[in-house]
Design a protein around this ligand. Structure first.
Ligand SMILES: Nc1nc2c(ncn2[C@@H]2O[C@H](COP(=O)(O)OP(=O)(O)OP(=O)(O)O)[C@@H](O)[C@H]2O)c(=O)[nH]1
Length: 523
């Protein structure tokens, strides 16, 4: 037995499949947004790492450049010193004549022709050298370096002091800001470094400055006299000041550290000292929650290390990816909403032309399409039929079986009628409570009458039990009005004729059809 649901499905207005479709669409959109966001996030992490690596290279280049300038200054001093030593430059003073004895050594006293504060600190151990000695000649050479020493100190704020240290147990230091004489022990150590390195530029092990200006490293260059190393010019650099050269570099929140090649701390943010490795080569590695980038310097045996907190990088990446994720979600949400809206509009449009109980077209749709359909049939020289049918004794059916059963009966009538209509131009409507209509076109009036008869029989064949009816089952009475080609009539007149025919069918005993042909008087 067909039911209302079967009829609705047949007519294409069954229960909506939209909700699961929208859920799947929404899920796909969320998965898509999540995947793209994840890819963007990973891409941005990678980009940040690359930028940090580039920043490390740039910072190392800046330091290298500055340290190379220091080495050039040393070269100028060394050349000047060697010119004096090999006699190409004139010695103008003899400092040995102005040495005053101290315990275990000597100091440079006031030297005529020089104002004391312009001179450096000349001091040595052992007996003061004689005025004509090789040591006095070397001391004079050291004094001759004073203008160069002063230039370097004034130019490079990270250069704390410049000195000449000699194999002959003396040193000459500028500027003279220390109350004490030069540390001859350190002088000795410097000199040993020179001898040990045998290179043109040497770097000392970092040490604490006596005046607490932080870690100091000495960069020096040996001075030769006739090919033999006799001493070295040395500049003491305050490493913490050196690293300030990098202050304006955009390091994206990463901390900068300067270490020796062995990973010994020199300068920079000391909060992550435990991460420092000894590998001096350029490298990139992850240490727990930190990304560590190492870049070896060319000009000094040091390594620049960049320590970037990975949570910070992740936060940056999320900040980059989030707007896209939001836009994607918004776009996907908008698409889902639009689909939803389109479906609802379609449904509203369907509801506005369909009868909610039977799924047939409603009276409004009949009023909209019946007249144009009649005109079209007239134009195409076809017969146009309007078939009205009304359920017999329906009040009795309702009274005996209840309103709900009455509704089911109406659905059965609608299903029977809809199934019988096969041509697209033939349309069925529920035009009143228990009244139905069919509009159709045919090449003859007889074909329309036959269709009306078949519709009546289709309802009867459904044999929906109705004991109180004289037929024992549900039946309909049918009134037919036919407008043959060429007849000028309108839909209202045709309706009245069909209605009159239906009235006659009722009067003739029901479960029958009556036809009102063209020109027949209206009842
Ligand atoms: N269950 C149900 N009943 C309806 C609906 N629309 C109209 N009816 C009922 O249909 C009945 C029509 O009764 P009548 O117009 O007196 O006609 P009838 O009882 O069918 O008698 P005849 O048409 O002369 O055979 C009324 O009782 C209406 O309440 C509906 O949508 N559902």
């Amino acid at each position: 037995m067909p039911t209302y649901a079967a009829t609705s499905a047949q007519l294409g207005i069954g229960p909506s499949r939209l909700v699961p479709s929208l859920c799947i669409l929404g899920m796909l959109a969320v998965i898509f947004a999540a995947m793209v966001t994840w890819l963007l996030y990973l891409g941005d992490l990678r980009r940040q790492e690359e930028e940090l690596a580039q920043a490390a290279i740039r910072a190392a280049t800046v330091l290298d450049h500055n340290l190379t300038l220091r080495a050039h200054s040393l070269s100028a001093m060394r050349l000047t010193a060697e010119q004096y030593l090999d006699g190409h430059a004139q010695l103008t003073v003899n400092p040995a004549t102005a040495l005053s004895s101290t315990s275990g050594g000597y100091l440079l006293a006031e030297l005529s022709g020089y104002r004391g504060e312009e001179l450096g600190h000349l001091a040595g151990r052992g007996a003061a050298p004689g005025a004509q000695s090789a040591a006095a000649r070397e001391m004079a050479m050291a004094l001759a370096l004073t203008p160069l020493f002063r230039t370097v100190i004034r130019r490079d704020s990270d250069t704390l002091r410049v000195s000449y240290i000699s194999e002959r147990n003396f040193s000459y230091v500028l500027p003279v800001y220390e109350a004490r004489p030069p540390d001859l022990e350190r002088t000795r150590r410097y000199y040993e470094t020179v001898e040990a390195s045998g290179q043109s530029v040497f770097w000392t092990v970092p040490h604490q400055d006596e005046d607490s200006r932080g870690l100091v490293v000495g960069v020096g260059m040996p001075v030769r006299d006739g090919g033999r190393v006799v001493g070295a010019v040395v500049a003491d650099l305050a490493i913490s000041r050196l690293i300030h050269l990098l202050d304006d570099h955009d390091l994206k929140g990463a901390k900068l550290l300067l270490t020796t090649e062995d990973g010994i701390y020199l300068a920079g943010d000391p909060s992550h000292l435990q991460l420092l490795g000894g590998n001096g080569a350029a490298s990139r590695q992850v240490e727990g929650e930190f990304l560590l980038l190492r870049q070896r310097l060319d000009a000094a045996p040091w390594t620049l290390q960049l320590v970037a907190p990975r949570p910070q990088l992740r936060r940056n990446a999320i900040r980059q990816a989030l707007p896209f994720a939001l836009v994607t979600v918004l776009l996907c949400g908008s698409v889902v909403l639009l689909v939803c809206l389109a479906h609802m509009l379609r449904k509203i449009a369907t509801l506005s032309i369909r009868d909610g109980l039977t799924g047939l077209h409603n009276r409004r749709f009949f009023d909209a399409v019946a007249a144009p359909a009649l005109r079209r049939a007239h134009r195409d020289a076809k017969h146009f039929g309007l078939i009205l049918f009304d359920v017999d004794h329906f009040k009795r059916f309702n009274d005996n079986h209840g309103h709900q059963a009455g509704d089911t009966a109406l659905s059965i009538v609608a299903t029977s009628v809809a199934r019988r209509l096969r041509r697209g131009a033939d349309l069925a409507y529920r035009v009143g409570g228990e009244e139905f209509a069919v509009t159709c076109e045919a090449t003859s009036g007889l074909a329309i009458e036959r269709l009306a008869q078949e519709l009546r029989e289709a309802v009867a064949a459904a044999a929906h039990v109705f004991p109180e009816s004289e037929f024992g089952h549900l039946t309909v009475s049918v009134g037919v009005a036919i407008a043959p080609p060429g007849e000028e009539t309108d839909i209202e007149a045709l309706y009245r004729r069909a209605d009159a025919a239906l009235y006659r069918a009722k009067a003739n005993g029901r479960n029958t059809i009556e036809c009102c042909r063209a020109g027949t008087a209206e009842a």
